[in-house]
Design a protein around this ligand. Structure first.
Ligand code: PGA
Length: 259
């Protein structure tokens, strides 16, 4: 079973930004300026080619790192793919699975996500399964139906109990500057939590929110009772903004620790 992780997760998804030089500069500055982080787990997700350099800089620091994708086999004739073994070799702790950009632009399916989830878990990585509805789906009242399909599909091969997290990222909120309201986030997170509980999958799982998270909306989002962290894209690319997000004030019933 994976380790139960209770700290709030503050993750930066760099997407296809920051080559080796820029990534190293960012990691150095983050390490120096962030210092000790109490009660929160900070993770960055650089592009594959920048990962070894970032790993070198962040080794022994409070900041963890992970990959934006992984393949489901350990080795073989899979041109262009990256093995989970290569990621653990680099000291990655996390991997993102099924980000909406991969689903939309690269045809990633729930079945593929499910294979990747299992491979990540079997190789000692902590996967973060990304899910979320489009604006059309939300407007048609299909949000929870879409999420149920993505969760059932993506988690189909996950052993119980396992060590993974879920990122709720409404597609309409990603990179648009329009974040889901704290109430919308809470409503969906509570529903996901129940969905997981009913299937015996909830133990140790954090449900984090992603989609236009910024220093000025992080406090209200993180203060929702069922929000256990955030996955930040655009605002994680700038060190000062990311540090503000990491150090944001949270008023949670029962304190900073998530259940
Ligand atoms: P954003 O991206 O913060 O730029 O909206 C979030 C994500 O895609 O993980």
């Amino acid at each position: 079973m994976g380790k139960i992780e209770q700290r709030l997760l503050i993750a930066g998804n760099w997407k296809m930004h920051k080559g080796v030089k820029e990534a190293m500069e960012f990691a150095r500055e983050l390490r120096t300026r962030l210092g000790e982080v109490n009660g929160r787990e900070v993770v960055v997700f650089p592009p594959f080619t920048s990962l070894p350099a970032v790993a070198e800089v962040l080794k022994g620091s409070a900041v963890a790192y992970g990959a934006q994708n992984v393949f489901w086999e350990k080795s073989g004739a899979f041109t262009g793919e990256i093995s989970p073994v290569f990621l653990t070799e680099l000291g990655c702790r996390y991997v993102l699975i099924g980000h909406s950009e991969r689903r939309r632009l690269l045809g990633e399916t729930d079945e593929m996500c499910s294979r990747k989830m299992r491979a990540a878990l079997e190789n000692g990585l902590r996967p973060i399964l990304c899910c979320g509805e489009t604006l059309v789906e939300r407007n048609q009242g299909k949000t929870l139906t879409v999420l149920a399909v993505q969760l059932a599909g993506g988690l189909a091969r996950v052993p119980t109990p396992a060590g993974f997290d879920i990122a709720y990222e409404p597609v309409w909120a990603i990179g648009t500057g329009v974040n889901a309201t704290p109430e919308q986030v809470q409503e969906v997170h509570r529903w996901i939590r129940h969905w997981l509980v009913e299937r015996g999958l909830a133990e140790g799982v954090r449900i984090v929110y992603g989609g236009s998270v910024k220093p000025d909306n992080i406090g209200a989002i993180l203060s929702q009772p069922d929000v256990a962290g955030v996955l930040v894209g655009g605002a994680s690319l700038e060190v000062t903004a990311f540090i503000q997000i990491v150090n944001s004030q949270v008023r949670k019933p029962g304190g900073d620790v998530c259940s």
